[in-house]
Write a protein that binds this ligand. Structure first.
Ligand SMILES: Cc1cc2nc3c(=O)[nH]c(=O)nc-3n(C[C@H](O)[C@H](O)[C@H](O)COP(=O)(O)OP(=O)(O)OC[C@H]3O[C@@H](n4cnc5c(N)ncnc54)[C@H](O)[C@@H]3O)c2cc1C
Length: 504
């Protein structure tokens, strides 16, 4: 295989967006993704032979976790299954969940597609970057994801607007500006239809009753996953190459030929191998991107980056279990997120939402436990945090240090959850260490190497031709679900790359 123009590491929002855009602009692009293709309707219709099952039935536990890592884990990293859907990091002050597989976090996310809730999010970080300049990139990502504004006509069951109507304690929260979701919503909820795109990629409209397509992946493709909407079309029309089960270990700058050598383990064969290119986009998800960059620097492959690992945060996430157990409500029907809620009249409330557990009937558990689980409700709040954490590599071991007490959002959410428990009489159980599914920062956008790791083009100061496009690049916590912001940043980096290096 000849050298590509660009190697993209990781295939989540930060990876799939520039990989597809650059391939479609005529560059030779290879994506290296450590996880497998998932066994879903769209991936089958793309003709991909080697697919790994989503965690369901007997495979629920064997395919759930890829591994557990971080400073609270003996030995720093325990590998469980190369086909596992989630990876957990137990850091000091934060537990972090991320995912693995072609398409990254789009398989497991709830598909809430919104712009930052933090006001003036893009202002003041680097020359040329502003809310106005970034707007077209949000539009581009929202359009390609097919994100839809949910309306009454869609007849989505179990929404908070219906659920909390008449409650004395809580009420549905006003939706944020331009709220959208990344699902194919059915014209007729009783008869979901199959939809086929111009490349023959198949997806089904969502079946609210089955609630199959939530946190454990979307077998029917009703959730817009990046493999189906970005990678598949770019493979078909532009020759994008995606190598699954290819786990990058480090990036080494070299003197001869192409600028960078990217070393990876091919989990299909077990071999350690490498590819070279002049341009490398790192988008392995916040923690894994930081791990790769820190290791590459420690091994002498990359230079400088004095701010690397600094200004790491959690987007203020606080996940908890609400023991609502209402005999009349089956939570596990509808979409994974049922919409926002707030304490009655609390106009200053941060974003709080939640939903039931997906695909409960597919769990290998006795019926009475499944029935109880169908009443379970996961509640989560989020808001801007202070990005006060740091990720470092000490003697080859990843150390994540975060102090939630420095960000007032956590005390605020705990207070609100206590009040909801009191007013409804149904207790909310939250963990002592906050769990986040939105790790942010550590390779932040800045004006110079003294204030950030990457510049306004996404290029790493001190390491020309190396770019960061995932959650680690964000210079601030968006305070709401971040995937559209990550996608918009990645789209911006791709557009500026195309403008500067347009293929001849
Ligand atoms: C349960 C859950 C619900 C969520 N709900 C929402 C929501 O509703 N809305 C929203 O906006 N966000 C949501 N999120 C967050 C969203 O999924 C993430 O913010 C987003 O996926 C991050 O994008 P990313 O590109 O930074 O990383 P990821 O999407 O995590 O992609 C990183 C990719 O890199 C791969 N990788 C890692 N290490 C290596 C390596 N060494 N070599 C090669 N590949 C590697 C990983 O396998 C992964 O595929 C949710 C997340 C979870 C877990």
């Amino acid at each position: 295989m000849s050298n590509p123009d660009v190697i993209v590491i990781g295939s989540g929002f930060g990876g799939s967006v520039p990989a597809a855009r650059l391939a479609e602009a005529g560059f030779k692009v290879i994506v290296l993704e450590r996880g497998p293709w998932r066994d879903t309707v769209p991936v089958r219709s793309m003709g991909i032979d080697k697919r790994a099952p989503l965690p369901r039935g007997a495979q629920l536990f064997t395919k759930l976790l890829r591994g557990v890592g971080g400073n609270r884990v003996p030995g720093n990293r325990i590998a469980l299954s190369k086909h596992g859907l989630f990876e957990l990091f137990l850091g000091k002050g934060a537990t972090i969940a991320c995912s693995s597989g072609v398409g990254g976090g789009s398989h497991v996310y709830s598909a809430v597609n919104i712009r930052p809730l933090a006001p003036n999010f893009w202002e003041g970080h680097a020359p040329g970057i502003s809310d106005g300049a970034m707007s077209e990139h949000y539009d581009a990502v929202l359009e390609r994801m097919g994100s839809t504004t949910p309306m009454a006509d869609h007849r989505i069951p179990n929404t908070s607007a219906v659920r909390w109507k008449g409650s004395d304690a809580i009420e549905p929260a006003l939706p944020p500006p331009d709220p959208r979701i990344g699902y194919l919503l059915p014209d007729d909820p009783d008869k979901p239809q199959k939809v086929v795109d111009e490349f023959g990629i198949e997806r089904w409209e969502v079946d609210y009753k089955a609630n199959e397509d939530g946190f454990l992946g979307s077998p029917t493709g009703s959730k817009a996953t990046l493999d189906a909407v970005y990678l598949g079309p770019a493979m078909k029309r532009a020759g994008l190459i995606v190598r699954d089960m290819a786990e990058v270990v480090r990036i080494m700058r070299q003197g001869d030929g192409a600028r960078y050598r990217v070393e990876f383990v091919d989990h299909h064969t077990g071999d350690r191998t490498s590819l070279t290119a002049n341009h490398v986009i790192v988008a392995a998800g916040t923690i894994n991107t930081l791990r790769i960059l820190l290791k590459s620097r420690a091994d002498g492959g990359l230079a400088g980056m004095p701010q690397l690992g600094k200004r790491f945060g959690t987007n203020g996430d606080y996940f908890a279990y609400w023991d609502y157990n209402d005999p009349n409500v089956e939570q596990s029907v509808g979409l994974p997120t049922t919409g926002g809620v707030r304490l009655k009249g609390d106009m200053e409330s941060p974003m709080i939402g939640g939903g039931g557990l997906p695909a409960v009937d597919k769990y290998p558990l006795p019926r009475f436990i499944r029935n109880r689980m169908k009443k379970a409700y996961m509640i989560a709040g989020l808001g801007e945090d202070k990005l006060c954490g740091e990720v470092t590599l000490v003697k080859g071991k990843l150390k994540i240090e975060y102090d939630p007490d420095q960000s007032p959002i956590f005390a605020k959410l705990k207070g609100i959850f206590a009040e909801i428990s009191k007013r409804t009489g149904h207790k909310i159980y939250g963990p002592k260490t906050p769990i986040t599914v939105h790790p942010i920062g550590g390779a932040c956008l800045g004006e110079s190497a003294a204030t950030g790791v990457i510049d306004a083009n996404g290029e790493v100061f001190d390491n020309p031709g190396l770019y960061v496009t995932d959650g680690s690049a964000l210079p601030r916590s968006p305070g709401g679900p971040p995937s559209m912001t990550i996608g918009a940043w990645a789209d911006h980096v791709a557009a500026s790359f195309i403008a500067r290096h347009r293929p001849q």
